[in-house]
Write a protein that binds this ligand. Structure first.
Ligand code: DC
Length: 207
């Protein structure tokens, strides 16, 4: 059972994916971390984020152990990842790793922007998680403050809008719901309610 969870930044998709994976005993891959780790390599080398050659080399050099770092989840890397993720060759370099993960016997849960459309178009269950930009900005501000970053709500909202724009309008695998995805709007849902709604979608789809 492949479960593909897509959606914009801070929609709740990561938490939903993690909890579904725990519920069903499936491995989970947060694919945003692949793009964030690629961006981190470029930032650390001091290279331009849109240098396709170096970005591809960084993507190919990733190891799954590269992801366990608080800095990756911070604001700077989210923004940088969105730039790197617009490079088609970077997406191609990271696609294989994601498809191998999705092929895990018994299934897997992957969350990102193009799981249901590009990485696993045959996934049995697809959920597109969304929420209003304002709600997402509030959640992201809370999360970043919880991690010790000093952030301003208005700046986070501007970041979210910019990332939505970039992720949705790039030519390579833009953020969009697969035609057969279930849309889950979490604007008025807390995490328990959002998880409950996602679980109901999965249970129904499994028949
Ligand atoms: O989900 P996230 O905030 O960790 O993702 C960071 C950026 O990486 C996001 O702005 C767009 C990009 N991304 C992508 O293009 N495709 C994915 N499957 C996951 C993330």
């Amino acid at each position: 059972m492949i479960v593909a969870i897509d959606g914009p930044a801070a929609s709740g998709k990561g938490t939903i994916a993690r909890r579904l994976a725990a519920h069903y005993g499936l491995p989970h891959l947060d694919t945003g971390l692949l793009y964030r780790a690629t961006a981190r390599s470029l930032v650390d080398e001091g290279g331009a984020l849109d240098d396709a050659g170096r970005a591809v080399a960084a993507a190919r050099g990733l190891a799954l152990t590269d992801f366990d770092e608080a800095r990756l989840r911070g604001r700077e890397m989210g923004e940088a990842a969105s730039v790197v993720a617009a490079i088609p060759e970077v997406r191609a370099a990271l696609a294989e790793m994601q498809r191998r993960f999705a092929d895990h016997p018994g299934g897997a849960v992957l969350d990102g922007r193009d799981i249901g459309t590009v990485i696993a178009p045959d996934a049995r269950i697809k959920i597109f998680v969304t929420a209003s930009p304002e709600t997402r900005a509030q959640r992201r501000a809370l999360e970043l403050r919880g991690r010790g970053e000093h952030v301003d709500y208005a700046e986070i909202l501007a970041d979210i809008r910019k990332r939505d724009e970039r992720d949705s309008h790039r030519s390579a695998a833009p953020l969009r719901a697969a035609p057969d995805a279930h849309i889950l709007d979490t604007t008025d849902l807390d995490i328990e309610a959002a998880f409950g709604a996602a679980l109901a979608i999965v249970e129904k789809a499994r028949g």
